[in-house]
Design a protein around this ligand. Structure first.
Ligand SMILES: Nc1ncnc2c1ncn2[C@@H]1O[C@H](COP(=O)(O)OP(=O)(O)O)[C@@H](O)[C@H]1O
Ligand SMILES: CC(=O)N[C@@H](CCC(=O)OP(=O)(O)O)C(=O)O
Length: 295
């Protein structure tokens, strides 16, 4: 860690003390997206934030993505990436590469970064400890011209249908920080590729997490003038989707936030993963860093 980085962390820590008690023994799920990865300094800052949460008595759980990294590997293998409704069309060959990249290289890279802080991380996917079961995703899309709804066949893309918290409860009582890749088996024996936002929402919901943080590439939900909205109720968030203020990739993200809140998560925050120490700024300061979505 560079001198300036450790100075920043020490300053944050001093300010953080009053907030530490608020989150003691509470579960915080952090979704670390593929776009937020890639910069080594930001990666180390992220790992040290997660480590500091654990040292403060919080129960942090990392769920990661890796969409751009899967795309790069598919490209190397001469396979074109195809998306429908924001989800990767996943045939048998693709799901094998998705599992290799997500549960393999990316998962172990994050585990190694956290381990380098002196904390203990353990890399998992939905298959480990029968943690998550999926089934073939049932998605429909409405053609904007004809207004006809059609069923999408995305191959081995899954929806989460079961989360068993046994292993995660065990780890919460241990020194281990779980780092989970969004790959899960079906009861049909297939392996499914699950959108990382959806997967993180399902984990946070099953654990009644106190906070679910989405690290993305914008400061949070922005209004029509491009200004950050600090807090949104579920009803207000729905209104912003309906009037088109929230569009593109932010729609499924906010919908996942709404589902997670309905499932029992107390607050969901969308924040900028490209800001160093975004996690600590959000959890351990009064102002927070992104958009908090509350019931
Ligand atoms: N109202 C809005 N506020 C913020 N971002 C928005 C909004 N509407 C659309 N977006 C878009 O959503 C993107 C984030 O979604 P996405 O690219 O799917 O994130 P990730 O890859 O991190 O999961 C932003 O980069 C932005 O282009
Ligand atoms: C079904 C589906 O689309 N799965 C995603 C899983 C990774 C992911 O969601 O990564 P980010 O969070 O970095 O976007 C994919 O294959 O890209």
């Amino acid at each position: 860690m560079s001198a300036s980085e450790s100075e920043i962390q020490a300053r944050l820590l001093a300010q953080a003390l009053p907030y530490m008690q608020r989150y003691e023994n509470k579960t915080i799920v952090v979704k670390y997206g593929g776009h937020a990865m890639g910069n080594p300094e930001l990666g180390r800052a992220f790992a040290s934030d997660v480590a500091l949460l654990k040292q403060s008595g919080v129960n942090p759980i990392v769920v990661h993505g890796g969409g751009p990294q899967i795309g790069a590997m598919l490209n190397k293998m001469g396979i074109e990436s195809k998306f429908e409704g924001g989800l990767r069309v996943t045939d048998q060959k693709t799901v094998e590469i998705v599992e290799m990249v997500l549960a393999g290289s990316i998962n172990k890279e994050i585990v190694a970064l956290i381990n380098q802080t002196g904390e203990w991380a353990i890399g998992l996917c939905g298959k480990d400890g029968n943690m998550v079961f999926a089934e073939k995703a049932k998605k429909t899309i409405r053609d904007p011209d004809s207004n006809i709804e059609r069923v999408l066949d995305l191959g081995f893309v899954g929806d989460v249908v079961e989360v068993d918290r046994t292993l995660l409860d065990l780890l919460a009582r241990s020194e281990m920080i779980p780092v989970i890749a969004p790959v899960a088996p079906g009861r049909d024996g297939h392996t499914y590729n699950i959108n990382a936002d959806t997967f993180a929402g399902a984990i946070a919901g099953a654990l009644n997490a106190t906070r679910l943080l989405f690290l993305t590439d914008v400061p949070g939900v922005l209004n029509r003038n491009g200004e950050l909205i600090k807090e949104l109720s579920v009803a207000e968030a729905r209104g912003l989707i309906a009037d088109g203020t929230i569009s593109g990739g932010m729609i499924p993200k906010v919908e996942t936030c709404i589902d997670a809140i309905k499932a029992g998560v107390q607050g969901v925050v969308i924040l900028n993963g490209k800001t160093a120490h975004a996690v600590l700024l959000e959890i351990f300061t009064e102002r927070g860093a992104g958009t908090l979505i509350v019931p």
